[in-house]
Design a protein around this ligand. Structure first.
Ligand code: SF4
Length: 339
């Protein structure tokens, strides 16, 4: 297989990143490759941070598909070139680091990985903040020994990441899919985490273009009671009514079902605001102060709706990273669709 071949295969498969943003994988790989025309050294980061609460798919893949994940990373290393790819980092959620780093090291003992394995390093994600430590520029900061906070983009890591060198950062599931594509086994599927008021919790592999309703039915989880659903992530997702489930599941591929009658809506709102307030890295005023003010406002029975809308609007317009800009999606979809 030539290096050119793998990028054509990824492009033809239409693979997008499975970390949540859904960026086309071939474009990202080519951006790093192009940056190497004028820079000497590249790095690869395997993002196994899985910071969105409730999402379990990367843990499942690390446990059950270790060889394929390593093979996918190796293909990226070959594509960028062993002469230039000096470091390969496995950046894993702390519990995944404890459970699976040995397993990955065992796979790396294969003699075909000899030089590649000598360039691999492992990092355990800090426990707090959890969500933001999975953001790609925050990961770069953490590995470099800096404060765990996102960087202003651009420049993007593909052009200027680790120590200002081009850096390819892909999610665990993305590397797994690259391996399948190389072997001609990729079928356009993705991994969904089913949680909340469902009969069958867990991780399910199904077509990536399935609607939320189809995923619930295919996993035998379609509720027989009044319900609504959080799609994408458990906190940073979109809230939809049971008659709004025709679009494919975005983000991290999570579906969380709520039993409408059994859900304490006030507690739910409070949980979301507390999460964002706790997870904010504090760099942006709208996120640092706004999440706190939103929780304070909504804790009262009567509150200033104009101020509420202004705070949400400021988060939408001025957040540096996806944490701050996700809150308006969750809250607006809740008030527009559910309550
Ligand atoms: S939006 Fe929030 S979490 Fe993201 S950089 Fe700004 S303060 Fe930090």
């Amino acid at each position: 297989m030539t290096k050119k071949n793998i990028i054509q295969k990824i492009d033809a498969a239409g693979l997008v990143g499975r970390g949540g943003a859904g960026y086309p994988t071939a474009q990202k790989w080519m951006a790093v490759k192009n940056a190497l025309k004028y820079k000497q050294i590249a790095s690869i980061v395997v993002n196994g941070a899985e910071g969105e609460p409730g999402v379990k798919k990367d843990g499942y893949l690390l446990a059950h598909k270790t060889e394929e994940i390593v093979n996918g990373v190796f293909l990226a290393y070959q594509f960028l070139g062993s002469a230039k790819t000096k470091k390969v980092y496995f950046f894993l959620k702390a519990e995944y680091y404890k459970a699976y780093s040995k397993k990955i090291k065992e796979v790396l003992k294969n003699k075909k990985y000899k030089l590649f394995a000598s360039r691999v390093e492992f990092f355990s994600k800090p426990e707090t903040p959890s969500y933001i430590c999975g953001e790609e520029t925050a990961i770069v900061n953490i590995i470099e020994g800096r404060r765990p906070a996102p960087r202003l983009k651009p420049p993007y890591p593909a052009d200027s990441g680790m120590n200002y060198h081009p850096t390819l950062i892909n999610n665990v599931e993305t590397f797994y899919n690259v391996s399948l594509i190389d072997k001609g086994k990729y079928e356009g599927k993705r991994f969904y985490t089913l949680t909340g008021a469902v009969k069958h919790h867990g991780v399910f592999c199904l077509p990536a273009d399935m609607s939320a309703e189809e995923v619930l039915r295919a996993t035998n989880n379609y509720p027989g009671f009044d319900f609504f659903v959080m799609t994408g992530g458990e906190v940073c997702g979109e809230l939809l009514r049971s008659d709004q489930l025709q679009a494919p599941v975005e983000g991290s591929g999570l579906l969380m079902v709520f039993d409408d009658k059994k859900t304490d809506h006030k507690k739910l709102l409070d949980y979301w605001f507390k999460f964002y307030e706790t997870e904010s890295c504090g760099a942006c005023t709208a996120c640092r102060e706004g999440t706190y003010r939103l929780r304070e406002l909504t804790s009262k029975s009567e509150y200033d709706k104009q101020m509420f809308n202004d705070l949400i609007h400021n988060l939408e317009e001025s957040s540096l990273c996806s944490l701050g800009s996700s809150l308006p999606v969750t809250i607006k979809s809740y008030f527009e669709n559910i309550n």
